[in-house]
Design a binder for this molecule. Structure first.
Ligand code: CA
Length: 364
């Protein structure tokens, strides 16, 4: 279309729109699009479920109501772990979860949520957005008619709640601990029995003695669950989940059919929601830690260097075995591994260097 013809057409469109609704931008004349978002979290679950609500709200506001997303809590439309298939098949257009839930679909997916002794929150952002991670993630998810987005981060988690001290790796022997994912596999090799339990069942299991210990997220979520009432020691750091990414997967066909402005809005809303969730966790963890220690007398313990070294060694072999499972896992592992190597060098003199310097004067 040449410029003159374009201007003439655009002018005619503006006149037509003007007669329909005086002064309204042409975009409002488009048909409203309504999407469904299924989630793996209970409705309004602090941080995670509310993160999904927030994402939907941002998309609605940014699009001036052109794209409305209705959020469904776990089990409302489909059971939580059927979210991936539901979005893949188009039952819903969006799904909110964490990529390690889908290892049954693709082992390589686990690298996009959390890897024991892997990347922290800041490094995960760097790898996904500027280190080749997003392209690999899209390659995996496109096999399922999905487009992957990072939509939040919990930051580093805590090592867990215990009723006995973990002084050496031997203390994991015989311990029944709730810990899903690759971290669970690591403690299994240290002699523990990892148990996978949904969030809502952990407190009761710990209280009744069905499990001896649990990890969950960090001070903010753990305080809300009241674990301090049934466990004595709260260990750090969460070596098994150093910066867990929450994801939003979108039906690829539905995404590609959006007009380009709405597609860009969805993309930018993901980034806004990611930052917002990470900021919320950072702020609320600060406050909740203080409440746990000062009001509830929680005993904080740091894992010893020996325990951490042992877990680090076990993690190496667990992750190497994932990488050996199929060509895609190998490809993702190699990208992740090379990014981790660089992160260790820069991290030591960057964030870690600064944190150590700060603690010389400010101990907290
Ligand atoms: Ca966790």
């Amino acid at each position: 279309m040449d410029r003159r013809k374009f201007l003439k057409t655009a002018g005619a469109g503006a006149v037509a729109a003007g007669t329909l609704m005086a002064g309204a931008p042409a975009v409002h004349a488009q048909k409203k699009i309504r999407w469904k978002m299924v989630t793996t979290w209970p409705k309004n679950f602090p941080g995670l479920g509310t993160g999904a609500n927030n994402l939907a709200k941002i998309i609605g506001t940014m699009s001036g109501g052109q794209l409305e997303v209705k959020v469904f809590g776990a089990g409302e439309l489909v059971p939580p772990f059927e979210s991936f298939d539901a979005v893949s098949q188009g039952t819903a257009e969006m799904g909110h979860g964490a990529a390690y839930y889908w290892k049954g679909k693709s082992e390589a997916a686990q690298f996009f949520a959390a890897v024991p002794f892997g990347l922290n929150a800041q490094e995960m952002s760097g790898w996904i957005n500027y280190g080749g991670g997003q392209e690999l993630w899209d390659e995996i998810y496109s096999n399922f008619n999905l487009k992957a987005f990072a939509a939040g981060n919990t930051g580093v988690q805590m090592g867990g709640w215990f009723n006995k001290e973990i002084k050496s790796a031997n203390d994991y022997k015989g311990l029944k601990m709730r810990m899903p994912g690759l971290g669970g596999e690591v403690i299994k090799r240290a002699g523990a029995t990892p148990v996978s339990l949904p969030g809502g069942e952990i407190f009761q299991a710990l209280q009744s003695g069905a499990i001896d210990a649990t990890e969950w997220v960090g001070p903010y979520n753990d305080l809300a669950f009241g674990f301090y009432k049934v466990a004595k020691y709260y260990y750090w750091p969460g070596w098994h989940e150093p910066g867990t990414v929450l994801e939003c997967f979108v039906n690829k066909k539905a995404y590609e059919e959006l007009p380009s402005d709405l597609r860009e809005i969805v993309k930018q809303a993901m980034k806004a929601a990611y930052n917002d969730m990470f900021s919320e966790f950072t702020a609320r963890n600060n406050g909740a830690l203080s409440t746990l220690v000062k009001q509830h007398n929680v005993q904080l313990r740091r894992f010893s260097d020996d325990v951490l070294k042992k877990m680090g060694e076990l993690s190496k072999s667990v992750v190497a075995e994932v990488a050996a499972k199929d060509p895609m896992s190998k490809k993702v592992f190699e990208s992740f591994q090379s990014f981790r190597e660089q992160s260790v060098s820069w991290g030591r003199i960057g964030e870690e260097g600064y944190s150590l310097a700060r603690s010389l004067t400010f101990q907290g």
